[in-house]
Design a protein around this ligand. Structure first.
Ligand code: PGA
Length: 232
């Protein structure tokens, strides 16, 4: 069986590099002995290359980006391309997070283009969805054989950043549709995950990992989640 995946999505936090280094170092130290889980940290772009360089040669942590553009280079002010991410040491990229769909008005067509570009560049894509219909739209014209580097994160919007996690039974139904009927695996759960509820999504609902927002900013809580999950 593949390793369980724990993704820490720092979102637009913390506000200084010094704090980012501190948070990263606490996590790095804490996961030293964890072997059966792949822990991926997704910091803001500006910290990514610094943290990735400081972790070079350190096998325990992986890096992901919270977004990417759909072209590799060119006149696209402000954008970061999949090629640049690969070069900084990123292995993963989160695409289609509900906050980007809402605040940056990302459409399924934009998300589809980003997924295609990221997969082409050899990144592992974590596609965030709330509804099954989004999977169909976001993966339009992408061949089944190209999906081996695709991970779906089921993230019900009501649960994101609210402290109101999705009922495990409800989440399990979505996991089964995505994993067993659509046959896309791994499937992650995200939305108000904490050290108390994390294991239920793995053990009871059968998710192959978790996408963690708020709790990933608290090293004690984040490490408690990783340690609980590692007992599976
Ligand atoms: P949360 O965020 O853990 O703070 O609910 C999850 C996410 O947005 O990926």
């Amino acid at each position: 069986m593949n390793k369980l995946l724990i993704i820490g999505n720092w979102k637009c936090n913390p506000t200084t590099l010094a704090k980012a280094k501190q948070l990263f170092n606490s996590v790095k130290k804490g996961i030293k002995k964890i072997k059966n889980i792949e822990v991926v940290i997704c910091p803001p772009f500006v910290y990514l290359s610094v943290l990735a360089a400081s972790a070079k040669g350190y096998g325990g942590l992986r890096f992901g980006s919270q977004d990417c553009f759909w072209e590799d280079k060119g006149s696209f002010t402000g954008e970061i391309s999949p090629a640049m991410l690969k070069d900084t040491g990123c292995e993963y990229v989160i695409i289609g997070h509900s906050e980007r769909r809402k605040y940056q008005k990302e459409t399924d067509e934009m998300i589809n283009n980003k997924i295609k570009a990221a997969l082409k560049a050899g990144l592992k894509v974590i596609l965030c969805i709330e509804k099954i219909i989004q999977i169909k739209k976001d993966l339009k014209n992408i061949k089944k054989e190209q999906l081996k580097n695709l991970i779906i994160a089921y993230e019900p919007i009501f649960a994101i950043g609210t402290g109101k996690p999705c009922a495990v039974e409800k989440a399990k139904k979505m996991r089964n549709v995505i994993g067993n009927i659509l046959k896309i695996n791994p499937v992650l759960y995200g939305g108000s995950v904490n050290s108390q509820n994390a294991n239920d999504y793995i053990e009871k609902a059968g998710f192959q990992g978790l996408l963690i927002g708020s709790a990933s900013l608290n090293p004690k809580e984040f490490l408690a989640i990783v340690k609980n999950i590692s007992k599976n």
